[in-house]
Design a protein around this ligand. Structure first.
Ligand SMILES: [Zn+2]
Length: 406
């Protein structure tokens, strides 16, 4: 079949799946004409955090809609790559945000927790929505600042370290109260979750429990605000996190092991992940020879090997990729200038139980009673597109959770 016809056929199949998902939804609620989707991320909330303390808002949302036993992050299970996968349906090697810190070979530009959306190499959800004629609103989402190939969300707030998460809830509810022509159909917002407490105090700490009680209160306020809007303003609410957290007790200083001759080999570490970029064959050989001096347990891969193991062989992936075992992390994780070992970390193999995040969803498209064994971060964007009745991301790797198949 020729390209355009294949695309049309794929879109018709997609539209049919979304229509079936809508009509198949049991329950008394009418099918909404124009529901809004609110996608909230809570940073670093591990799959079991809401369950272990039986947090009431999470528990209530789990009963009122869909939940998953775990959300599996992409590789690497780091904040910027995972949020970009949530927003694009595409893994970090293909969406361009390969780590929290990396090098773009083509331009020689360094990425380090950058906010600009122009770093993303495939269209994120807010761009897909706006290009389909729907208003989108984005707040504090990693890599959402500025226009993406000329398209920006209609409503935007950048990351503000001083802003409280409660202000984010008020901002969302104010947007949802707008009259129909101005009401955004897609709202995406980042919240602090338990990431900071997890790094500083460890996943089993009282600090994480306190952060989770705050997240539960936030969720309670958001759900109450949405319920108060009534049936004339339907909302599908999806709550996810970007990764889990595991205990760490040792740090590895990779810079001491790899021979450096100035800028190259360029070493970019992000927690337990390290990308090493070389310019010459001599550097490649020197780095390869030095890797045997790393402490035991560290997985060292060439880019091709990282591709076979984790699908991690993008243009921005290092020539060598190192990954610490659970419990260890690389030394350049800065902790207020000191070199103490953090108590918690993420970025490891996403299949490890501790790397799992959360997934909760409720609203007209997510009627009560469905528990999925696993949702992947890449599934979120195609699912949101289905709820919005717009075509899925062009190169989405995830599945639409509403398509009815197991
Ligand atoms: Zn994170």
């Amino acid at each position: 079949m020729a390209g355009p016809f294949r695309r049309v056929a794929r879109f018709l199949a997609w539209a049919l799946a979304c229509a079936q998902a809508t009509t198949a939804a049991p329950g008394p609620r009418p099918v909404p004409a124009a529901p809004a989707v609110v996608l909230i991320t809570m940073d670093g909330v591990r799959w079991d955090y809401p369950l272990r303390d039986a947090l009431p808002a999470f528990s209530s949302m789990g009963s009122a809609g869909w939940t998953a036993r775990r959300l599996t992050p992409p590789f690497p299970s780091l904040t910027f790559p995972s949020h970009t996968t949530l927003a694009t349906g595409v893994s970090p090697a293909r969406n361009g945000i390969v780590a929290n810190s990396f090098l773009d070979r083509a331009s020689n530009r360094r990425f380090s927790d950058e906010r600009e959306g122009s770093w993303i190499e495939v269209p994120p959800l807010w761009v897909l929505a706006e290009r389909a004629g729907l208003k989108a609103a984005v707040r504090s989402w990693p890599c959402s600042q500025g226009a993406w190939n000329g398209t920006s969300p209609s409503f935007f707030r950048g990351y503000d370290g001083d802003a409280r998460d409660g202000e984010t809830v008020s901002w969302i509810l104010d947007l949802l109260r707008r009259p129909a022509p101005d009401r955004p159909r897609l709202i995406m917002a980042w919240t602090r979750g338990a990431d900071h407490a997890g790094h500083e105090e460890g996943p089993s700490s009282e600090g994480v429990r306190r952060a989770m009680r705050a997240s539960d209160k936030l969720l309670s306020e958001l759900r109450a605000g949405i319920a108060a809007l009534g049936p004339s303003a339907p909302v599908d609410l999806i709550v996810v996190s970007d990764h889990g957290m595991t205990k760490v007790d040792r740090m590895v200083d990779v810079v001491k092991v790899i021979p450096k001759e100035g800028y190259f080999p360029y070493i970019a570490t992000s927690g337990p992940l390290c990308n090493i970029y070389v310019k010459t064959e001599a550097q490649r050989r020197a780095v390869a020879a030095s890797l045997s001096r790393l402490p035991g347990g560290i997985l060292s891969m060439t880019r091709a090997e990282a591709g076979r193991r984790f699908g991690y062989d993008g243009d921005r992936t290092g020539d060598f990729v190192l990954l610490c075992p659970s419990g260890a992390t690389f030394a350049s994780f800065h902790r207020k200038g000191d070199r103490d070992v953090p108590r918690g970390m993420h970025g490891y193999d996403p299949s490890l139980p501790d790397m799992g995040g959360i997934f909760y969803a409720e609203g007209p498209q997510f009627p009560p009673g469905k528990t999925l064994a696993e949702v992947r971060a890449a599934d979120i964007a195609p699912t949101v597109c289905c709820v919005l009745r717009i075509p899925p991301p062009p190169s989405a790797e995830g599945r639409n959770l509403l398509d009815g198949s197991p």
